[in-house]
Design a protein around this ligand. Structure first.
Ligand code: HEM
Length: 141
């Protein structure tokens, strides 16, 4: 099971690399004025979203569910931290999907937000990361 947990953490880091960097690209993309820069951001965003972030998410969830089914459900089904973690993970998946929607808006030059919005939007996964790591490591309840 240690191998599955290691893979779970490796792909979680991969997923978060994208969750942190894609909204950063949105900040710069929202500030870009010339066509060449905009087209370059579109390619970077697409490759990051489909090549790194989405596989990272799918594999994190797959190995997480593997851990849950193999032992953790029986061990922790009475622990509140597990349900709190799963709820936060569900919110993170929604954030990921919303990132995909924003990426498509940029792709079709339909972005409606300014760079300040994306700077705040970028902070959200940081909060989720802090909360989930504290829940799984400290197991406070
Ligand atoms: C479907 C989603 C997920 C499921 C079902 C799941 C399930 C699990 C389970 C069962 C464990 C083992 C817990 C233990 O034995 O103490 C674990 C460990 C861990 N998970 Fe997840 N997880 C999911 C998503 C995530 C996400 C999104 C993150 C990061 C934000 C994450 C971070 C971690 C970390 C850091 C550990 C290692 C904890 C330790 O060894 O102390 N997991 N996960």
């Amino acid at each position: 099971m240690e191998w599955i947990e290691a893979l779970h953490i490796i792909f979680m880091v991969t997923w978060f690399a994208g969750l942190f960097y894609l909204p950063r690209l949105f900040v710069y993309h929202a500030m870009a004025t010339d066509e060449l820069s905009k087209e370059r951001f579109k390619v970077m965003e697409r490759k990051l979203f489909f090549g790194i972030m989405t596989p990272g998410m799918i594999l994190t969830l797959a190995f997480g569910i593997w851990l849950l089914v193999s032992y953790a459900w029986m061990a922790f089904k009475d622990s509140g931290w597990l349900y709190a973690k799963l709820a936060l993970v569900a919110v993170l998946v929604l954030y990921h999907i919303y990132c995909g929607k924003l990426m498509f808006d940029f792709k079709h030059d339909r972005n409606r937000h300014g760079h300040v919005f994306y700077r705040w939007f970028n902070e959200f996964p940081v909060l989720i990361l802090f909360a989930v790591i504290i829940l799984v490591v400290v197991k406070p309840f």
